[in-house]
Design a protein around this ligand. Structure first.
Ligand SMILES: Cc1cc2nc3c(=O)[nH]c(=O)nc-3n(C[C@H](O)[C@H](O)[C@H](O)COP(=O)(O)OP(=O)(O)OC[C@H]3O[C@@H](n4cnc5c(N)ncnc54)[C@H](O)[C@@H]3O)c2cc1C
Length: 374
């Protein structure tokens, strides 16, 4: 029997579970290794922080999906891969052998340069830990005068989190609390059009979120910026640049210069063709692909098709990303900015559009949808 091991229940792997549920004729022994039964959907996380969603709206329960797909679940983490011997090592020291491997474990946030701030550091990843800690931040912000939250990271995640936190403070009895956003010297939303950046900066001003640009380093009180300024932080959210999971170094898979798994257009490892990877963890050898949920989601059906094709000895297909990806950035009070190439727009209608897309995605994977809280 063909032994398939799936590692991580990320966006692309959800498509594999769906596809396996429809391919009941496959004679395989499939296992999914994941640290948690829940996959939190980052697209709705800012909406949850802002108070628009319940947590159950934003997380996918992997258990029923795995059951429908005939996939066994192992709640653990992979810490190494011996691709030559075709085995993975789990965090409890046990090994599992495979014939085919599908990896979708995402990326990690690099917070090493902020750690001097100690316990007030709140990394966005793992998302499961973040959602556990956020309610205590809200409580502290409601009880302390002049509570200061600093978000470090000027990408889509950092921007959305800053808006969400500000909206939560404004609506949940934290009137004394304020939000500061620190982006690198190149500014916010690198890769997005000038119009999107201008709209975002204007909204940040309107909501009273101060934007700082410069290299930041953690200090005991908060962060010190390359401009010489220092910012006090009662909480420092780190939504900083992605880095590959450190344990990938314990594998014999071909990696790119940063340490991400090198794959071809079919999302197959360049060194080991029985290993597939999609989402943030991989790097395409043929094209430059941004690390984003958009590509993790759209590569999913191709990953699923190719895994199944490889079991049956059929030809795999390539994932060809669209020229432009649509990004809908939540900005607090059920309001959002749309970014698509040079096109940008904003409004409550953009939020409703985003909400509709996100809920359709979640419904596809059986998440509970209770309807808007507000
Ligand atoms: C707040 C926020 C907002 C964002 N907004 C956007 C946006 O608007 N648009 C966009 O395109 N992108 C956005 N992103 C980026 C997007 O979330 C990521 O690019 C996307 O989640 C990557 O998906 P993935 O499938 O690669 O991994 P993930 O979604 O990170 O899933 C990886 C899974 O693997 C599991 N795992 C990790 N390590 C192991 C291990 N060793 N063994 C087993 N399992 C493991 C994890 O628990 C997790 O369940 C945002 C991110 C954040 C944090």
């Amino acid at each position: 029997m063909y032994r398939l091991i799936m590692v991580g229940g990320g966006h692309a792997q959800l498509s594999v579970l769906k596809a396996l549920a429809q391919k009941t004729s496959l004679d395989i022994d499939a296992v999914l290794i994941t640290p948690s039964p829940y996959q939190i959907y980052s697209g709705m996380l800012p909406g949850w922080m802002a108070g628009h969603y319940n947590l159950s709206d934003c997380r996918i329960n992997l258990c029923p999906l795995a059951e429908a797909a005939g996939v066994r679940l192992i709640f653990s983490k992979v810490v190494g891969i011996d691709a030559k011997r075709r085995r993975v090592e789990l965090s409890n020291g046990t090994y599992l052998d495979y014939d085919g491997l599908s990896l979708d474990v995402g990326s990690e946030g690099d917070t090493s340069w902020l750690e001097a701030v100690g316990e007030r550091l709140l990394p966005i990843k793992p998302l499961g830990d973040f959602v556990q800690r956020w309610p205590a931040i809200l409580t502290a912000a409601s009880q302390q005068d002049d509570y200061r939250l600093v978000v470090v990271g000027g990408g889509a995640a950092g921007v959305e989190l800053a808006f969400a936190a500000q909206h939560a403070f404004a609506t949940q009895r934290c009137k004394q609390a304020s939000v500061r956003l620190v982006a690198s010297e190149s500014g916010i939303l690198s890769g997005h059009a000038a119009g999107v950046k201008a709209r975002t900066r204007a909204l940040l001003r309107q909501r009273g979120i101060t934007l700082y640009q410069g290299r930041a380093v953690g200090i005991t009180e908060g962060v010190a910026l390359s401009s010489g300024e220092s910012l006090r932080a009662d909480c420092l959210i780190a939504a900083t640049g992605a880095r590959p999971p450190a344990w990938l170094r314990n594998t014999d898979l071909a990696l790119d210069e940063h340490g991400y798994i090198l794959v071809d257009g079919q999302h197959r490892s360049l060194s080991h063709p029985n290993v597939f990877a999609a989402g943030d963890v991989c790097s395409r050898a043929d094209i430059k692909l941004a690390r984003s949920g958009v590509h993790a989601v759209f590569a999913g059906p191709v990953l699923a098709r190719n895994l199944i094709a490889s079991i049956g000895g059929q030809k795999p297909q390539s994932y060809r990303p669209r020229k432009r990806s649509l990004y809908l950035l939540a900005t607090g009070p059920q309001y959002a900015i749309a970014s698509w190439g040079e096109f940008s727009a904003q409004g409550h209608w953009v939020w409703r559009w985003k909400n509709w897309i996100d809920r359709c995605f979640m419904r596809k994977y059986g998440a509970l949808n209770h309807g808007d809280k507000e």
